[in-house]
Design a protein around this ligand. Structure first.
Ligand code: PGA
Length: 238
């Protein structure tokens, strides 16, 4: 697959005017798949070649107040959907629910970006990280053709507070490469992304890893110059 750079805007910005302003400054390129994942309402207003959702419901029909279905996302030309982000797992989302969401997304031809990661610290033994993500992947991918799913490895302790230049502990390329290799060889997804405080200053060390096919970018994706620089690196490294 081409390198995939995904901008996860989380709940930013507040207004559609701001959303349009940010997206107007982001440069898509044919060498890299660049995906913008804004809050759901902005999916209907921003113009960008590839858009993704940050979450979805596991059913596309029925009395589910407040939910957004893969069927609706499809009608908005959404191509990707993040599932299992640690910020969703934090509010109680389970591996079984994530599995249902992935199944429903695939019915509508939307590529799931399944986030896995461990919620502790950088010092944690890599073996423990592997044990945790192994369980997350086994349950989330149960009964699913894994080559239809992109997996994003995001060490939870490395996810930033929104400021791409805040001093936050960042994963080492050795750690990321070891975990990505495990995911790629054991679960054979479509590709493996890295996420967690990626910015223009550190993207190269992750994007150049042979096991890594792109990045899931939070805070830095809201700053067009920063995000464009990450895309440029993705274009140059492979
Ligand atoms: P961050 O977020 O780049 O701001 O660390 C990544 C994510 O949460 O997907």
């Amino acid at each position: 697959m081409k390198n995939l750079i995904v901008g996860n805007w989380k709940l930013n910005p507040i207004t559609q005017t701001e959303a349009k302003k940010i997206v107007a400054r982001i440069k898509p390129t044919k060498e890299v798949d660049v995906v913008i994942c804004p809050p759901h309402p902005f999916l209907a207003v921003i113009k960008f070649p590839l858009v993704g959702a940050q979450d979805c419901f596991w059913n596309s029909k029925g009395p589910f107040t407040g939910q957004v279905s893969p069927a609706t996302l499809k009608s908005l030309k959404v191509k990707y959907c993040i599932v299992g982000h640690s910020e969703r797992r934090n509010v109680g989302e389970t591996d079984e629910q994530i599995n249902e969401k992935i199944k429903e997304l695939l019915v509508f031809g939307i590529t799931p970006i399944l986030c896995v990661g461990h919620g502790t610290t950088v010092e944690e033994d890599d073996l423990e990280v592997i044990e945790v993500i192994k369980e997350q992947l086994k349950k989330a991918l149960k009964g699913i053709e894994s080559e239809k799913v992109v997996v994003a490895y995001e060490p939870v302790w490395a996810i930033s507070s929104g400021n791409p230049h805040a001093t936050k502990r960042i994963a080492t390329p050795e750690h990321v490469s070891r975990v990505a290799l495990y995911i790629a060889t054991k679960f054979k997804p479509m590709g493996v992304l890295y996420g967690g405080s990626v910015n223009a200053g550190n993207a190269e060390q992750f994007l150049q890893l042979p096991q890594i096919n792109g990045a899931l970018v939070g805070g830095a994706s809201l700053i067009p110059s920063e995000f464009n620089a990450i895309v440029k690196i993705a274009k140059e490294v492979k």
